[in-house]
Design a protein around this ligand. Structure first.
Ligand SMILES: Cc1cc2nc3c(=O)[nH]c(=O)nc-3n(C[C@H](O)[C@H](O)[C@H](O)COP(=O)(O)OP(=O)(O)OC[C@H]3O[C@@H](n4cnc5c(N)ncnc54)[C@H](O)[C@@H]3O)c2cc1C
Length: 413
């Protein structure tokens, strides 16, 4: 097989990239290791930034999203049994969308199949040096046979455990890593949300998050140990712990409960791979970076990467000039590090340190007092939470040059 852009992985990064390229008249082949059913059922993220939704809307991927999404204009930070609302939209002029990642994946798979361009399921790329070579080739398995895909460029959108990043010589990459001494036990429950907005709770027993996917489905998380055994968490224990950590000095508060549809432990990590390009291989999304889920940024970062990549690829095919492709990594990493900082800050401020260091605990309290007591601090938080503006090369605004204080594009209208 031959194509212009070989895309490894049909997660949000690969599927959005395929669609952006299709709209620019650029051919691609998407290879996905798993089955269609598997990726359409995989429960993951669900908070979409304003810029992500704008992009999806502009390219025709958001019709069902607009019909079925929940719109959020604030969130709550709960500590010492008192909830403090951060009015995100008042502070930034922007809103958030709640829509499950697997629903978005369904929409994008349908859109891709409608274009008639190839999306092959159960077609794992097998890796190897040719992925990162001057004449890129993807070797993959499909319908019981080994095959090859020759391409002009390869987009490694194959997540953190994919084959693209390992194809780059380790001497060419710097990997920045930070492991957190805790993980999240997440459940998806058939229960209406107990609040209209997300609740981030800091509690002496550990962090908890109340989130949702639809008006009937709640997503809840508990801070647990990194090596936590799920077997020790029958549903009743999960609910009891959630009731404790989300409790507040309000007799009217009540946590809705219901059947648990999904339960899993997810590690919290920060990883950045730099650069995100080697020769004609470009890494995007989780293949290049991981953020702890606290800031709800992983999916949004994946979309931001491929918006930059699609514009650069179009420019290269149109002009033959590699300037934007050469700037891909630098452009993306500017955003990635800002998002890493924000996600690290949220994670470190809201979780209970296992060593129980009293000094750190007082610093966390000071940070929460400032966040909930200062409009300026709340606004800085809100700008990051609703999402930094999407900047693509060739458009106005260089992400490496901060906008002057007092006149940023975050200003509410
Ligand atoms: C278990 C888990 C839970 C998460 N939960 C949350 C959450 O609750 N909230 C939140 O905000 N974020 C969450 N995230 C983060 C968010 O879902 C990711 O950041 C997002 O999926 C990134 O999209 P992506 O396209 O880069 O990667 P992925 O979605 O991982 O997609 C990569 C795709 O590549 C495919 N692939 C891998 N190897 C190969 C190969 N060799 N050949 C072909 N295909 C291959 C995979 O099957 C997959 O479909 C979670 C992530 C994980 C892994």
């Amino acid at each position: 097989m031959r194509t212009q852009v070989g895309i490894v992985g049909a997660g949000p990064a690969g599927l959005v990239l395929a669609h952006l390229l299709h709209r620019r008249g650029i051919d691609s082949v998407v290879l996905e290791r798993q089955s269609r059913e598997h990726i359409e059922r995989r429960i993951r993220a669900g908070v979409l930034e304003h810029g992500t939704v704008d992009l999806l809307t502009e390219v025709g991927l958001a019709d069902r999203l607009h019909r079925e999404r929940m719109v959020h204009r604030g969130l709550e930070v709960l500590y010492d049994g008192v909830g403090h609302r951060i009015p995100l939209t008042d502070l930034t002029g922007r809103e958030l969308t709640i829509y499950g990642q697997h629903e978005l994946v369904k929409d994008m798979v349908a859109a891709r199949l409608e274009t008639g361009r190839p999306l092959l399921f159960e077609a794992p790329a097998t890796g190897g040096a040719e992925l990162a070579g001057p004449r890129p080739v993807v070797h993959f398995e499909y319908e019981g046979r080994s095959r090859t895909l020759e391409c002009d460029l390869i987009a490694g959108c194959d997540g953190f455990h994919g084959v693209c990043r390992p194809a780059i010589p380790t001497t060419e990459l710097t990997v920045y890593e930070h492991d957190y001494p805790y993980a999240w036990l997440g459940i998806l429950a058939q229960a209406p949300p107990s609040s209209d907005e997300l609740i981030y709770a800091q509690h002496e027993r550990g962090f908890a998050l109340h989130s949702m996917r639809t008006p009937k489905i709640t997503r809840l998380y508990l801070q647990v140990a990194p090596d936590e055994d799920l077997a020790g968490w029958p549903d009743e224990r999960v609910w009891a712990e959630l009731r404790t950590r989300l409790d507040r000095h309000d007799p009217a508060w009540h946590l809705s409960e219901g059947p648990v549809l999904d339960k899993a432990v997810t590690a919290l990590r920060s990883v950045v791979t730099a650069p995100m390009q080697y020769g004609r291989l470009f890494l995007a999304g989780d293949a290049a970076h991981i953020v702890p889920a606290t800031g709800a940024k992983g999916l949004n970062l994946a979309v931001a990467d491929v918006a930059v990549l699609a514009a650069a690829i179009e420019d290269w095919y149109g002009t033959g000039n590699t300037a934007l492709l050469d700037a891909y990594s630098r452009t993306c990493l500017a955003r990635v590090w800002q998002v890493q900082h924000f996600s690290w800050w949220m994670t470190s401020t809201l979780h209970r340190s296992p060593d129980g260091d009293p000094f750190s605990r007082q610093l966390q309290r000071a940070a929460l007092h400032q966040l909930t007591g200062s409009r300026a601090a709340a606004r800085a938080f809100a700008e990051n939470y609703v999402g930094l503006p999407l900047v693509v090369p060739g458009s106005a605004g260089d992400p490496l040059t901060p906008a002057p204080i007092g006149g940023t594009s975050h200003d509410p209208p």
